[in-house]
Design a protein around this ligand. Sequence first.
Ligand code: FAD
Length: 401
Amino acid sequence: MDFSVSEKMQTIIEMINEFMDREIIPLEPAFLRKPFADLVPELEEKRRMVKQMELWAPPHPRKYGGMELDLMEFALVSEALGRSPLGHYIFGCQAPDAGNVEILHIYGTDEQKETYLRPLVEGKIRSCFSMTEVEMPGSNPVMLETTAVKEGHDYLINGQKWYSTAADGARFAIVMAVTNPDASPYLAASMVIVPTDTKGFNLVRNISIMGHEGSGWHSHGEILYQSCRVPQKNLLGPEGHGFVIAQERLGPGRIHHCMRWIGECNRAFDLMCSRAINRVISPGKVLAGKQIVQVWIAECAAEIQAARLMVLHAAWKMQNLGVKEAREDISLIKFFVAKVLQKVVDSALQVHGGLGMSDDTILAFLYRFERAARIYDGVDEVHKVSVAKRVLRDYENRVVR
Ligand SMILES: Cc1cc2nc3c(=O)[nH]c(=O)nc-3n(C[C@H](O)[C@H](O)[C@H](O)COP(=O)(O)OP(=O)(O)OC[C@H]3O[C@@H](n4cnc5c(N)ncnc54)[C@H](O)[C@@H]3O)c2cc1C
C-alpha cells in the first residue's frame, strides 16, 4: 500500500491551497449571509479562473472537460477543497452533480451524455438526485412509493420526494421510481431522468435546515411528481437496476464526502489552534496554556490523522481491489469520519466561546450543516450494523482461545 503523493499531485494541491486562501475563503462571509443567487456572478468568475488554471472538474472524464484524476488523487483534492463549503462548487465537482456525472458516464446513452452529461461537467447546468421520500424510510431504500408507469412511449411518474439536494435551479433530476413492482425489491426500481421544466415536476419548497432554507445549489428540495410525463428514452441504465446503480454511485461518493470532511476537520483544527494561541484569558496567559485545551488539540490531531489514513486506505482498496472488497472499509469510514468531524468542530467551537456560536467564523455553519453527515449517504446505524454483521460472520466457525 503506497500513500506517497506524486510530484504532479503535490503541485496541484499547492495550487488549490493557495487559490482557496486567496480567492475562496474570503467569499465565505457573503455565502453565510446572502441568498446563493446573489453570489453566482462572483462564483462564476472564480470558476473561470479555475478553468484557466486547468484545474476544472478534477474527477470527471477528460472527454467532457474534466481532469480525470483517479480516486486516490481526487481524495487528496477533495481534502484540500473541503476547507471551504464553496471549494467543490468552484472547482466543478460538487455534490450531487459529481455523483450524477459518474452514473451518466457509465450508464448514459450517447444522447443522454450529450444532453445532460456534457453541460453538467462543463458547469453550464446543475442537477439533483431524487431518491428519498417523505413517507418512506430512506435508510431502507427498497421501500419506495414513487412509481414510473409505462404509458405509450412515456413513463408517468407520481410520488413525493424530499431532500433532493440542489433541486432549486437544477436543469434535471435523476429520479428513483418503481417500474417493476412485481420483481424482487432490489430489482423493482429504476432511475429516470426528468428535466425540471417537465409539467408535473413541482418543487414544493426548500426545506428549512436548522433555521436555514437556503437557495440555489445550497438547498434541499421537496418535490411532488404529479403525472410527470417523460419519454421512455429517459431511462438511465437498464430497467429495474436503480439500486445497483445507486450503490455504484454511493461507493466513490462516500470517499469524496469523507475526504471533504477531513478538509473541514483541518480547517476547524487550524482555527482552534490559532484561537488558542492568540486568545488572552488572563494577564499574560493565553488559552493554549490550559491543559484541557491541549488535550482537545492532541485528541483532535490524533483522530483527524486516524480518520485520514482510514479514508486513504479505503480509497486505495477500492481503486486497487474493487468496490466489493472495500465495502466494509467504506462503511467504517462513513460513520467514523462523521463522528470525528463532529468532535473536532465542537471542540473548535468551544475554544472560540461566543465567537464560535456567531457566524463570524465558519465553525457555526459546519456545526449546523454537518450534523447531517451522520444521516446522508447511509445513516450511522445502518453502516454499523452492516460492519458488525460482517465481522461476526467470521467468528461463526472460528474457535478463539
Ligand atoms: C443534508 C441532507 C442531504 C440529503 N441529500 C439527499 C439527496 O440529494 N438525495 C436523496 O435522495 N436523499 C438525500 N438525503 C436523504 C438521506 O439520504 C436520508 O435522510 C437518509 O437516507 C435517512 O433516511 P430517513 O431520513 O428517511 O430516515 P429513516 O430511514 O426514517 O431513519 C431514521 C433513523 O432511524 C434509525 N435507523 C434507521 N435504520 C436503522 C437500522 N437498520 N438500525 C438501527 N437504527 C436505524 C437511524 O438513527 C436513523 O437516523 C439527504 C439528507 C440530508 C439530511
